[in-house]
Ligand binder design. Structure first.
Ligand SMILES: *Cc1c(COP(=O)(O)O)cnc(C)c1O
Length: 468
């Protein structure tokens, strides 16, 4: 609902209502003390609405992976669902049915075995889904150890450069994180680096389909093959969980022949963010297990209000139902065809921006968006002396409203500063050209006003915004 009347700026600390005939307009927004009195709804709305205009413009936020474009029908469904608590499955059985349909559709999309018993649930996002996936790995490993009469006090998990949720999982649930360090030009996991860190205490290996730092896919199938080989040689059977936060809603449409999902027998579970390339509004993720046996029974709480069996496995209790309903809207509205069309357009825009950046000769493109995520990741070219850092470029672009984060890579490449753009649904060819024009204008500015570039150490100390 748009309210066109603007509250004058001084309404934050009104001493006198601005118009004698509209005393309601003088709303003081509380900042430090809980207000004593009521305020009229329309004026309160307007005052808060006006403050929200100080936030950045989400269309120009090229740092985020999350949905920033929604159809009006999505807003309408969100409003329809504002009172729906997805945990009340007896109260809102149709919302629960819609969640169950989404799980079945995703099991199909991710190639769960035909006639199998894939099982899944919605979550608040990939972070919660990753915790659940990690917990299932830990529980199953502990059961295997107990059955073999062996100790289970030193679990570890092997990953590449992971999103912070896996650091949280490891710390919150007391698991050693063996995050393979980067090495030179190797910015992803490889089968060899995985095998070198696996042992009998490894609860699982977690490759990422769409690495936060570079937007590339880790080689899931090659890692699975290496773990198959390890099992054949040593008997050690180590499961995989794929963090497909972004890739889970990209690979099925853009690279349907790439096996990264349940087509690989070793992949026991997957997480994905509905609110990233799933295009749902913020607040929904998905966790899925290959079979019922992959999700330990004692982590689940069963709800049978529906006659069927609705397992619940979650960290949250109450959660809004609207995002799940809107996820279902997207699946129905877009289908494989629609997701493909949106992603193909985004990928084309990304590669055009990458080409424009490369043409300046100042940058080395690490990821150009032609495969994996529709995104660009770049650094300063090897022998270029551009007279600015990527942090300077980020600052300069911010003056035009663009948010293009510059950040350092994880260990052992914290010396490598990169910059990254996500091209998402709603970002147009026209905006891409405008962005490139603004980048070129910034380069011209720096060529006439070079920045004082200090030592690499100071460069590194610069506050980094990874925008993950
Ligand atoms: C975004 C992201 C996460 C965290 O997902 P949320 O939905 O924001 O909780 C985890 N892993 C990867 C690879 C991501 O890109």
């Amino acid at each position: 609902m748009a309210l066109h009347h603007r509250t004058p700026r001084h309404a934050r600390h009104p001493r006198h209502p601005p118009y004698p005939d509209q005393p309601d307009l003088g709303v003081a927004l509380p900042v430090t003390h809980f207000p004593d009195h009521t305020s009229p709804p329309r004026a309160t709305y307007q005052a808060i609405h006006d403050e929200l205009m100080l936030d950045g413009n989400s269309m120009q936020n090229l740092a985020t992976f999350c949905t920033t474009f929604t159809e009006p029908e999505v807003s309408a469904l969100m409003a329809d669902c504002v009172d729906k608590n997805m945990i009340d499955k007896d109260e809102y059985p149709q919302t629960a049915e819609i969640e169950a349909r989404c799980v079945r559709l995703l099991a199909d999309l991710w190639n769960a075995p035909d006639g199998g018993t894939a099982i899944g649930c919605s979550t608040t996002g990939s972070s919660e889904a990753a915790m659940l996936g990690g917990l299932a790995l830990k529980w199953r490993w502990r059961a295997r150890r107990a059955a073999a009469g062996k100790a289970s006090d030193k679990p570890n998990i092997v990953t590449g450069p992971v999103q912070v949720c896996w650091h949280k999982f490891a710390r919150y649930f007391d698991v050693e994180l063996r995050e393979v360090p980067l090495d030179g030009e190797r910015l992803l996991l490889t089968p060899e680096t995985v095998l070198a860190r696996c042992d009998e205490n490894t609860i699982g290996v977690v490759p990422t389909l769409g690495v936060t730092f570079t937007c590339q896919y880790e080689p899931v199938a090659a890692i699975a093959a290496a773990l198959d080989d390890l099992q054949a040689r040593t008997g050690l059977d180590i499961p995989m969980h794929v963090d497909a936060a972004s890739g889970g809603f990209i690979a099925p449409f853009m690279a349907p022949d790439l096996p990264w999902d349940f087509r690989l027998g070793r992949v026991k579970s997957i997480n994905a963010s509905g609110h990233k390339f799933g295009l749902a509004p913020l607040g929904v993720g998905w966790a899925m297990w290959r079979t019922r046996e992959d999700l330990p029974e004692d982590l689940m709480f069963h709800v049978n209000y529906l006659g069927g069996d609705m397992p619940t496995f979650a960290l949250n209790f109450s959660r809004p139902g609207g995002e799940i309903v809107c996820q279902y809207y997207n699946f129905t509205r877009l289908g494989r065809e629609g997701y493909h069309a949106i992603l193909a357009r985004s990928a084309k825009i990304a590669t055009e921006i990458a080409r424009g950046l490369a043409a300046t000769k100042l940058f080395r493109i690490i990821h150009d968006g032609s495969e994996a995520l529709p995104a660009i990741c770049w650094t300063i070219a090897e022998h270029a002396e551009p007279g600015f850092t990527l942090y300077d470029l980020a600052d300069r672009l911010r003056m035009r409203g663009w948010q293009v984060p510059a950040y350092t890579m994880p260990a052992n490449r914290t010396d490598l500063v990169v910059q990254r753009i996500l091209v998402r649904h709603g970002f147009t060819e026209d905006l891409g050209e405008q962005l490139l024009a603004d980048i070129r204008a910034a380069l011209i500015y720096f060529s006439t006003h070079p920045m004082k570039i200090s030592t690499k150490d100071q460069y590194r100390q610069h506050f980094s915004h990874s925008g993950r």
